[in-house]
Design a protein around this ligand. Sequence first.
Ligand SMILES: [Fe+2]
Length: 244
Amino acid sequence: MESFAGLVFANLDTEALPLGDQTGGFLDDLTSAAAKIDDLVRVESYEVSVAANWKTILDNNHECYHCSVNHPTLMKIVDYDSKARWSDDGITFTHGVERMLVDNGAYDIGTTLEQEAMFGYIWPTTVPLVFPGSPSLFIFHLIPTGPETTIERWDFLLGHEEPSGQERRLMNYIKNVLVAEDVRLCENVQQGLHSRGYTQGRFVVDRNNVNFSEHHVHFFQKMVRDALAEDKSCHSAEQRHLPS
Ligand SMILES: [Fe+2]
């Protein structure tokens, strides 16, 4: 168990490497992106049930190819088209995105901007999100509850316990608009995976244009494949009574 910026990370693997050894520069990037991260306090938590496999949800989370169609308001808040930067390091990735319009129809970013946007990921099921505006950090965890059902557990962290009007609008926007848009999309994708016409997808990859590139979906699916292969080799070794 390790703590970072008030967050507690647990790994049940007794052979697990330290968090910093697995995450490269990610924790530094998160500290830079989320203003006053050490002082943030949790002001709200809630859960969302999604009729989709947890990997379907993360496939969606790992690309913004769907954003301009699925999240028209988000695209007025952040400039994914020309200014998004990305990194992947160990078991993490980031998309760093500059803010766009102060007057964007979702929430008031404010003129004294204290942080830009950074959308991150920590394998396997943790998604930290930084939105433009006052100091804040939003994190959701995925809890698989069945082959086609998942619970998203959201935690909203702010610089103080009583949200301002602007912060309340941001939280309402994430909960009622952004998350709802992705839940609808993921549930449709999950249904589509049952189609007889579906066999295997293709990735759209252009690392210079993270606004539509799916290289982080590939990044994620490789980790899933490696974890399953490792699990399979452990089980077969146990069955043969060999050391795993
Ligand atoms: Fe989305």
